[in-house]
Design a protein around this ligand. Structure first.
Ligand code: ZN
Length: 200
């Protein structure tokens, strides 16, 4: 049986992957956005890049078959399955303390930027760059061809998206703690998510 790993609500997780393994990220409760990053295991300065990937695939939302590339334009992950409605985001920066300050929050607030640093530290790694995340299950519709808004996910419990590693990689996740906007559901409740690594 495949081990199911926890991405704790409001917190991060990271994992090493070998080329050819498959990662499945699961929206266990159905409304949780997962910020997602991938790095070349041999060079953490080479990362999955949203701006380079959009140019490579010709879309702002990757679909099954699309190859995500690094900031050196090399394949790092291929989308191999998506049981969700296919709505994800590649446009929005990860949340950080400044985002919550700007929304009026007082004091420290968990955030995806710090979660990535801590998740890498838990593997004994140091963050070199902080790339724009691939925001799995995040619903940022584009209206009138240019305008965006932050909307609740359209996923249901158990929806998942899967990626094949095209190089040895370090992958990292954050169960986004954004509870001041309805991006994690209209009730603004943050949930656990999970992931699995399947052998090549
Ligand atoms: Zn976040």
């Amino acid at each position: 049986m495949t081990t199911r790993h926890l991405i704790p609500a409001r917190k991060g997780a990271a994992h090493r992957m070998k080329k050819g393994e498959t990662l499945r990220v699961i929206n266990t409760h159905g409304s949780q956005v997962v910020d997602f990053w991938a790095f070349n295991a041999a060079d953490l300065g080479e990362c999955m890049s949203m701006e380079h990937s959009r140019a490579a695939i010709g879309r702002i939302i990757p679909k099954v078959g699309d190859v995500m590339v690094t900031n050196k334009r090399r394949p790092i992950l291929t989308v191999v399955a998506d049981t969700s409605p296919g709505i994800h985001d590649t446009l929005i920066a990860s949340c950080d303390v400044y985002r919550y300050e700007g929304l009026g929050h007082k004091g420290y607030h968990d955030n995806c930027t710090d979660n990535l640093g801590r998740a890498l530290e838990a593997l004994g790694l140091k963050r070199v760059v902080h790339p724009c995340p691939f925001n799995l299950f995040m619903n940022i519709p584009v209206r009138d061809e240019v305008a965006i808004s932050f909307e609740p996910p359209v996923t249901k419990p158990g929806d998942s998206i899967s990626f094949r590693a095209e190089m040895d990689a370090v992958v990292a996740f954050s169960a986004c703690p954004q509870d001041l906007l309805p991006i994690n559901g209209r009730d603004c409740v943050i949930h656990d998510a999970h992931y699995e690594i399947l052998p090549a």
